[in-house]
Design a protein around this ligand. Structure first.
Ligand code: FES
Length: 223
């Protein structure tokens, strides 16, 4: 039996103390806001906070959190819905219109659904790069235009990381490489030299099966 403090509540759990926190939360406590992704500490889908520190719960045993504060996404009242089960329009019926939408799916048609899901004065942030030639139709353009103008809605595009995020990313990658030597080289399959060669990157991304590409990246300048 171990006791964990999860979102401010003491939980007595009859589990092996090496059970990963991810499964402790999801399967034992039925707190499914914490997601399973890679299961290897690489993707971050399972991130929780332990004493305020972001921690990958899939590779952290429950005993590591004994005597500490575990905080999950449920603590901020968040819920998780997938558009494979609920459309954006249906989610508006469920939760009402959104004040802020941060779009980073990599699926461009959903942008138009998101534009129609915004509340008055709402902001839609586009942060995914879609390099294909996809088009979409049946967009109610008059309605969208009218709602944006009269409802003071805004849409902006951004790259979703600053320098410190890239530095954190480099740190994480270096840590993973130390833990799993050779892993990084297998993931970073295609290097393109120079930002000016962006067209090559899109060519690889759009034909990733043919190129056998997993991750394509720019070398901005040699290090
Ligand atoms: S599931 Fe990917 S880091 Fe934990």
């Amino acid at each position: 039996m171990i006791t964990l403090n999860v979102n401010g509540k003491a939980r007595n759990l009859d589990i092996p103390d090496d059970m990963p926190l991810l499964w402790t939360l999801r399967d034992v406590l039925a707190m499914t806001g914490t997601k399973f992704g890679c299961g290897q500490g690489l993707c971050g889908a399972c991130t929780i906070h332990i004493d305020g520190q972001p921690t990958r719960s899939c590779i952290t045993p429950a005993r590591a959190a004994v005597g500490k504060r575990v905080t999950t996404i449920e603590a901020i009242g968040a819920t998780y819905d997938s558009t494979t089960e609920t459309t954006v329009a249906d989610s508006v019926k469920k939760y009402d219109e959104y004040d802020l939408i941060f779009e980073c799916t990599g699926y461009s048609p959903i942008i138009f659904d998101a534009m129609q899901a915004l509340n008055e004065n709402g902001i839609l942030i586009l942060a995914s790069v879609t390099g294909g030639g996809r088009t979409t139709d049946k967009v109610p353009s008059d309605l969208i235009n009218q709602r944006f103008v009269l409802g003071n809605r805004a849409m902006v595009g951004t790259v979703n990381a600053g320098r410190e995020h890239f530095e954190l990313g480099v740190k994480d990658l270096a840590l993973c490489e130390a833990m799993y030597p050779g892993w990084l080289g297998k993931m970073l399959t295609h290097k393109v030299e120079g930002l000016e060669n962006f067209a090559k990157v899109f060519e690889i991304l759009n034909n990733s099966a043919q190129y056998k590409a997993i991750k394509t990246y720019f070398e901005v300048k040699p290090i």
